[in-house]
Design a protein around this ligand. Structure first.
Ligand SMILES: *Cc1c(COP(=O)(O)O)cnc(C)c1O
Length: 720
């Protein structure tokens, strides 16, 4: 069914296993595998941004022949192959030993509109996708039987380039499946179409690609097939591109098409997880299946609920997808024309008793069809309960059956090699799967100060070098103009306290707070004895002009000589850039307007690398801040403008009074002891509580295992 022989045309027999390594993203989170791949050709490794398929297609046969006869390389190779085989075939994983009766052939199907697994596969836009990617990797480590379902956006998200006025221009991403670990699946007769559905009265054929992340298979749907109408071929071109109707069609393909593709592949999930409301139609399609099998609506709904899990990520009503009756009629009407699910029931599923009545709310539909619903932090759980109270009229919000599973990040993907090596001291040589005991992380506090500081300074230098190299490449290939170089980080130096601020440029994330008072900012940055640097990165959504204006403002400051070259903007924020930034800055800054940040995860990635955070008490920080691992901007009250003014003042007071003095306080050995203590506390808290290991175990215990058995105790569905 699967032919991969063309991906990597030539490999010497002795190291043919590199093919399997390159085609499974497992290598991404095994540091010995990474070292082995880098050793093949360090220059190409860096030039391809750590893409083994691209590297192996370009590396010279002479170099490969050398590797195949070099005993040092072969030792690394053999060990990697052995670890890889063991990782894929072992039967003593956490899940298998804890839940020995679970049927491994009936997996959890995890649906998401985006997956961020590696920068070479640009089918994600930000936090949601990176979280989904980390979820799959952790599920693989833990042995949780899980398959992912998403869309293959064959033109990606977009590449960010700022013009000479600092305005974000978007260009399609370079997308070449040949150099990605993607494998196209075919139907038994060799057909690319695995299934079909009807949207807007036209049949749309759907194909799929498989992407492997350790033990987890991801199935990515694709409508770009010759038998489809030209318009329908474009449905899976771009993530979050196009208008409302286009988006509705994409979600229809993800949900309805996703279920049908799994059926066509013979995969029979026993539990179904919709990660965000984009995937709600997956539950609607299963409801239709049950009705078609002759069940009553009541029976069918109960059966779907018992096996469904829904995670919501959006704390503001306007952020939830909803569609007008006209759009729904245009895209979905064939569904009820054929029965058995009638139009009235369909609309009832997505109805909201108060908000924009008449529209189809994806979140409401998911809440009606999943017995297990959760937000992504403790604070977000409360916000979500408040948001959906009207589905359970007269109930106290805190009593609603909506849980909270706080997000995490995949430790082996985000922690720098060097810290992982340092932790071999307390944890032993192979410790990636042994760090699940929160108390084990007290060991972080005993790490040697000088070692921690040395590693940190190396990572900081690596960040500055990365900024310069990225500026050089973009100057040659994209900018042509020298003017861009000033603001791209080429003037940054290794000594100053360096603050990182990188995330989507959504206005609620309030990058603008930093330049509310430019004179105060100038004084902070250009203090001759205790200078401070700011490094920004992030994309604005292509349709969000307000966010683009904030970005443009940042861009202007980067080349305003009053700030002395101490502000930089790194273009095209993606996973590779994110790794450099979270590992290389001194402090991570996060300024969401409370309670708009459901969780936030970049601060967790930074903390795993001993980088403390300053943040408002929102999302994960409301439970993660412990007084020793960073700083909290206290909650403030009033209108948006008043809150902004108070938070701005609190932020600068914290910087001037606490952060800068502590960073520059050095002892006889030129070591900032109090600062290093804070760094170690940051790592300890993140390692103990904010990893996807912890998160996926919670999903397994609270949601997957009960759903896999099809049982639901005390089901409490919305009455309206
Ligand atoms: C982690 C990550 C995000 C999400 O960060 P937040 O703190 O949740 O905003 C977005 N983009 C990339 C590339 C990331 O790695």
């Amino acid at each position: 069914m699967v032919d991969v022989s063309g991906k990597i045309p030539y490999l010497p027999e002795r190291i043919r296993g590199l093919q399997r390594i390159a085609l499974n993203l497992w290598w991404r989170w095994n540091r010995r595998a990474r070292s082995m791949l880098r050793a093949i050709d360090p220059v190409l490794w860096s030039a391809t941004r750590h893409n083994p398929v691209a590297m192996l297609r370009r590396v010279s046969p002479g170099r490969l022949a050398h590797c195949a006869s070099d005993s040092e390389f072969l030792a690394m190779y053999d060990r990697t192959i052995a670890e890889f085989e063991a990782a894929l075939s072992r039967t003593d994983t956490w899940f298998e030993t804890t839940y020995a009766d679970a049927d491994p052939k009936r997996p959890v199907a995890y649906f998401c509109a985006e997956f961020g697994l590696h920068n070479s596969i640009p089918i994600y836009s930000g936090g949601l996708g990176v979280l989904a990617g980390d979820h799959c990797k952790a599920a693989s480590d833990l042995g949780v039987p899980l398959v992912g379902v998403g869309l293959l956006y064959s033109k990606g998200y977009f590449d960010q380039k700022l013009n000479l006025e600092g305005w974000q221009e978007n260009s399609d991403e370079v997308f070449n499946p040949e150099i990605m670990p993607l494998v196209r699946l075919t139907a038994p007769g060799g057909d690319l179409a695995l299934t079909s559905l009807v949207t807007a009265r036209r049949p749309v054929h759907i194909g799929a690609w498989r992407l492997q992340a350790g033990r987890v298979n991801l199935y990515l749907l694709d409508t770009n097939l010759a038998e489809n109408h030209e318009e329908d071929r474009q449905l899976t071109y771009q993530l979050y591109g196009g208008g409302k109707e286009h988006r509705l069609k994409q979600e229809w393909i993800l949900g309805v098409g996703g279920v049908r593709v799994l059926r066509a592949l013979g995969i029979e999930p026993a539990a179904w997880h919709a990660n965000e409301g984009h995937a709600s139609f997956m539950m609607v399609e299963r409801l239709r299946e049950h009705l078609e099998a002759g069940e009553t609506l009541e029976e069918a709904r109960h059966a779907v609920r018992a096996r469904s899990i829904f995670t919501t990520h959006t704390p503001v009503p306007a952020g939830h997808d909803m569609f007008s009756p006209d759009d729904i009629d245009a895209v979905c009407s064939d569904y009820w024309a054929k029965g058995p699910l009638d139009r009235e029931t369909f609309f009832w599923l997505g109805s909201h008793p108060e908000l924009d009545a008449g529209r189809f709310h994806m979140t409401a539909a998911a809440i009606r069809l999943a017995a297990r619903v959760n937000g992504v932090s403790k604070r977000h759980q409360q916000v979500t309960q408040g948001l959906w109270t009207s589905l359970w009229p007269g109930r106290d919000p805190a009593s609603l059956p909506i849980g909270g599973v706080t997000n995490g990040v995949h430790l082996p993907s985000w922690m720098a090699h060097r810290y992982m090596e340092l932790l071999e001291g307390p944890f032993g040589e192979v410790w990636e799967n042994k760090h699940r005991d929160p108390e084990a992380w007290d060991a972080a506090l005993d790490l040697d100060d000088a070692e921690v500081w040395r590693i940190h300074l190396e990572l900081k230098k690596a960040l500055l070098k990365f900024c310069r190299e990225q500026a050089r490449v973009r100057w040659i290939e994209l900018w042509k103009e020298a003017a861009h170089l000033v603001g791209a980080g080429t003037l940054l130096s290794p000594e100053p306290l360096t603050i990182g601020f990188a995330r989507r440029f959504a206005t609620y994330k309030r990058a603008h707070l930093l330049f509310h008072d430019e004179e105060r900012l100038r004084r902070l940055l250009t203090d001759p004895r205790r200078p401070v640097q700011l490094v920004f990165s992030g994309k604005a959504h292509p349709a969000d002009d307000d966010a683009k204006r904030v970005l443009q403002h940042v861009w202007r400051l980067t080349r305003d000589s009053r700030f002395g070259g101490r502000i930089a903007f790194v273009e095209d924020y993606e996973l590779h850039v994110a790794h450099r930034l979270i590992q290389g800055v001194d402090v991570w800054l996060n300024l969401p307007r409370v309670p708009m940040e459901a969780s936030g995860t970049s601060g967790m990635k930074a903390a795993l690398n001993c980088v403390p955070q300053i943040s408002t008490l929102d999302g994960w920080w409301a439970e993660g801040f412990n007084g020793e691992n960073g700083w909290a901007i206290p909650l403030s009250e009033g209108t948006d403008d008043e809150v902004d003014a108070q938070d701005h003042d609190a932020l600068f007071t914290i910087l001037e009074r606490d952060v800068v003095p502590m960073y520059y306080e050095r002892d006889d050995e030129a070591m900032p002891r109090r600062w290093i203590c804070m760094m170690k506390h940051a790592m300890r808290a993140a390692g103990a509580h904010f990893t996807t290991e912890r998160m996926v175990r919670e999903y397994a215990e609270q949601c997957y295992v009960p759903a896999l058995s099809g049982k639901v105790e005390g089901d409490d569905p919305p009455p309206v």
